[in-house]
Design a protein around this ligand. Structure first.
Ligand code: XMP
Length: 512
């Protein structure tokens, strides 16, 4: 398959580069910066991109590529640190800039015949973020575009097909950057548009069949996007050899279990083993108020229930998981430091090693947005494919204090109203998450002639790219008013509503 290799020098934007390329319908892979040239050559890439990175090329411990990559005869595009790197490798000079160039800049294209800027205007808005500066070009290179601060904002060696950009074409603050990247992958590297989810389905189906043969496969279906798409894909590939196990932990949203049974059981006719363990989970959570203990109990109980369920499901050799590409890349160390393990506490579904399954991970090379496209391609409903993330421990992290069946019911009803109103106001699919939180604080109110003493519901709505940082969403007053009035009127046990205006950091998205 035609592909572009991206060598990762630690930029926070490396994954964005990979996604931009895939948006051009070209496959891209991210490899560690020091991947040997022979390994790269074995992939027969159509082009290589050197990412940006936080280091200085002249620093003692600067991450460097295998220099033989420049002799592979493959087009190379260096971005930011990447261009400084190859300039230095090929005989140019990089120095500390007098002024750090950060933020918006205007690029002036001097040589419009440079393929990178084909069909683009002479002046472009670009995004910069670098301290070091290219001060002498390597032999055979010339400058094709400048910014106020840099004579060498874009450089090329047309004969060798080496290109360099001092700015970041991959970020949204470079509005025409996608076209620059498209010009590189199509115009310079000669890639077609072969990476589509339709093609992917065919290939993945063949691969799954080849790997699994006539064996049985088990999949833990949570109802979330990833496991749902994995289930639909596997079902297409191996039909009745797949058994999905769905655990009802009693902490699900309203209709969750029904939707899963309806979509997968009745529509897709997937073998669905429904494990109703609600009572067990709630029994173990009785009296527990400490957030970390709740998570531990839920995680442990899940493993236990799932393990027992797999035994009942029969003799499966394979366990399928909806692992995504970012999970795979994150484990690649950069700068010798292991990548941050921020998400570890979220992996409630992590199963013990002693469960001796071989793994099938059919989404392992996909980004989230591609998984969603794949889900649509496979005929899953929008309600599943576009749904907001929902934490593994479910409502338990949204009920402060003790989790009781009564509190679960209250929160479920309030949450259903939030989801319904967000959908009918056209906001549900536009933002990262919107939900209700139950505060076990009672306050005084009046309803009709009666005095009430009931719980509080907090409404949370956040905007985010990946859950790592988030902004609260400025919901319209009219919507907030409607939410509060519906929740207080329709949900018994609630007499007060508040709106959470905390961003992350310093807050977290969930309350526990
Ligand atoms: P926080 O609350 O850490 O959440 O800001 C970031 C994102 O992760 C989700 N989340 C979880 N997902 N298991 C999960 O599968 C968990 O224990 C968990 N805790 C938080 C949260 O919904 C948000 O999208």
């Amino acid at each position: 398959m035609e592909q572009i290799v991206i060598l990762d020098f630690g930029s926070q934007y490396t994954q964005v580069i990979a996604r931009r390329i895939r948006e051009c319908n070209v496959y891209s892979v991210i490899l560690a910066h020091d991947t040997p040239a022979v390994e790269i050559a074995a992939l027969a890439p159509r082009g290589i991109i050197l990412s940006g990175g936080p280091s200085s090329v002249y620093a003692k411990d600067a991450p460097l590529p295998d220099r033989n990559i420049f002799a592979l005869g493959v087009p190379v595009l260096g971005i930011c640190y990447g261009v400084q790197l190859f300039a230095q490798f090929l005989g140019g000079r990089v120095e500390k800039g007098l002024k750090r160039e950060y933020g918006k800049g205007v690029l002036t294209v001097k040589d419009a015949s440079c393929m990178l800027f084909r069909n683009l205007p002479k002046r472009l808005q670009v995004w910069n973020s670098h301290g070091d500066k290219l001060t002498k070009l390597p032999r055979g290179f010339k400058s094709v575009a400048v910014t106020e601060n840099s004579e060498y904002a874009a450089i090329e060696n047309r004969a060798r097909k080496f290109f360099g950009l001092q700015f970041h074409p991959e970020v949204v603050h470079t509005p025409r950057g996608r076209e620059i990247i498209a010009n590189f992958v199509h115009g310079i590297c000669g890639c077609g548009k072969n990476w589509t989810m339709r093609n992917y389905v065919e290939r993945a189906v063949e691969e799954i069949r080849a790997r699994v043969g006539t064996e049985e496969v088990i999949l833990g279906l949570s109802g979330g996007v990833d496991s749902s798409v994995a289930a639909a894909l596997l079902h297409k590939a191996i039909g009745g050899q797949l058994t999905c196990i769905f655990v009802n932990n009693g902490l699900l949203r309203g209709r969750e279990a029904e939707v899963v049974r309806e979509v997968f059981g009745r529509n897709f006719k997937i073998k669905l083993q429904y494990e109703d363990a609600a009572k067990l989970f709630l029994k173990r959570l009785k009296g527990v108020t400490e957030p970390e203990r709740k998570r531990k109990i839920i995680g442990k109980t899940f493993i236990e229930v799932f393990q027992n369920a797999t035994r009942r499901a029969g003799q499966a050799k394979f366990l399928a998981q909806g692992t995504l590409y970012p999970d795979v890349i994150e484990s690649v160390p950069i700068d010798g430091n292991p990548a941050a393990l921020i998400k570890s506490h979220h992996n409630v579904g992590g199963l013990p090693k002693k469960m001796k399954f071989a793994l099938v991970e059919p989404l392992k090379c996909l980004f989230k947005d591609e998984v969603r496209q794949l889900g649509i391609e496979l005929g899953l409903p929008k309600e599943i494919v576009m749904r907001q993330p929902f934490p593994g421990p479910g409502l338990a992290v949204r009920i402060l204090g003790e989790v009781t069946p009564e509190r679960c019911a209250i929160l479920r009803n309030a949450d259903a109203i939030v989801v319904e109103e967000m959908k009918s106001n056209g906001l549900y699919y536009k933002i990262w998450q919107s939900f209700a939180v139950l505060l076990p604080v009672r306050s005084v109110g009046v309803m009709g002639d009666e005095r009430t003493y009931d719980y509080t519901i907090a409404i949370r709505a956040v905007e985010s790219q990946d859950g790592m940082t988030a902004d609260w969403v400025k919901l319209p007053y009219a919507l907030l008013e409607k939410l509060a009035s519906r929740i207080i009127n329709e949900v018994k046990g609630v007499n007060r509503c508040v709106f959470d205006i905390t961003s992350k950091p310093p807050g977290t998205i969930e309350w526990e």
